[in-house]
Design a protein around this ligand. Structure first.
Ligand SMILES: C[S@@+](CC[C@H](N)C(=O)[O-])C[C@H]1O[C@@H](n2cnc3c(N)ncnc32)[C@H](O)[C@@H]1O
Length: 233
């Protein structure tokens, strides 16, 4: 077994245990893990997407119980690029989740590539822009308020390289869907069809319809739309 194989196996083992047994601790909310975390099948699809991108640098918003972070970590370890980095933004990991996600990433051996930014994405992302950080891909599963998702995507346009990937979870909520729709209609983001095949799973809005996770390809070259071309969304 190569060193890469061993690292992948270690991440997979933590992922498998988390999916089967749940996290070591949860908040005192009914079915909190099932409600909050990205289900295993969608995590596998996210991992496959990141692997097929050959991702080296990924920004993630929203750690919680770490299911999606572990899947992205598995992708980075599988791709095994020269300088892998996984920046994860979450201001509530310690206070709300007692560091459950962070500890799982550690036990999966992902510490060397993970940086946790414990501030709201609306302040962490501009910091990344001012530092000149460039990502190949981003996964968005933080605040689900319309204006916070909109701001996340505003900054991620500047952080993710032209032609890169932005994956958004929970697009079945109107607040999230509406925010993304602006970028689809006005900034040339293209849905990647069949990135998340099959019926969406997980806990969504009552009677909600539509895809849960959606992946978008950013235009290359990137462009700034004229306000005169604004398309309502
Ligand atoms: C739905 S959970 C993420 C679930 C996670 N992807 C998983 O698979 O377990 C949403 C997360 O976003 C975080 N969050 C809420 N507001 C945020 C903000 N303004 N910036 C960054 N993260 C935020 C919460 O602390 C929570 O961990």
């Amino acid at each position: 077994m190569t060193n890469t194989d061993k690292r992948v196996t270690r991440v997979r083992e933590v992922r498998r245990r988390l999916a089967q047994e749940g996290p070591p601790r949860t908040r005192d909310h009914e079915r909190d893990f099932e409600t909050v975390t990205v289900p295993e099948r969608h995590c596998d699809q996210l991992r496959d997407l990141m692997v097929s991108e050959g991702a080296e640098k990924v920004v993630e918003i929203g750690l919680a119980y770490g299911s999606s972070a572990l899947a992205i970590g598995e992708a980075l370890v599988t791709v095994d690029p020269p300088f892998p980095r996984h920046l994860i933004i979450d201001p509530f990991q310690e206070r709300e989740y007692s560091n459950a996600g962070r500890d799982l990433l550690r036990s999966a051996g992902l510490d060397p590539i993970v940086t946790l930014m414990p501030t709201p994405s609306s302040t962490a992302l501009p910091q990344l822009v001012s530092e000149g950080f460039v990502a190949d891909a981003a996964f968005v599963d933080g605040s689900h308020r319309f204006y916070e998702v909109f701001v996340d995507l505003y900054f991620l346009r500047k952080v993710v390289r032209p032609g890169g990937l932005i994956v958004v979870d929970d697009g079945w909520w109107p607040s999230v869907h509406t925010a993304v729709r602006y970028y689809e209609r006005n900034t040339g983001w293209k849905v990647i069809p069949d990135a998340f095949p099959g019926e969406p799973i997980g806990v969504g809005p009552p009677g909600g319809q539509g895809a849960r996770c959606k992946a978008y390809r950013l235009p290359d070259p990137s462009f700034e739309p004229s306000f005169k071309d604004f398309r309502a969304f």
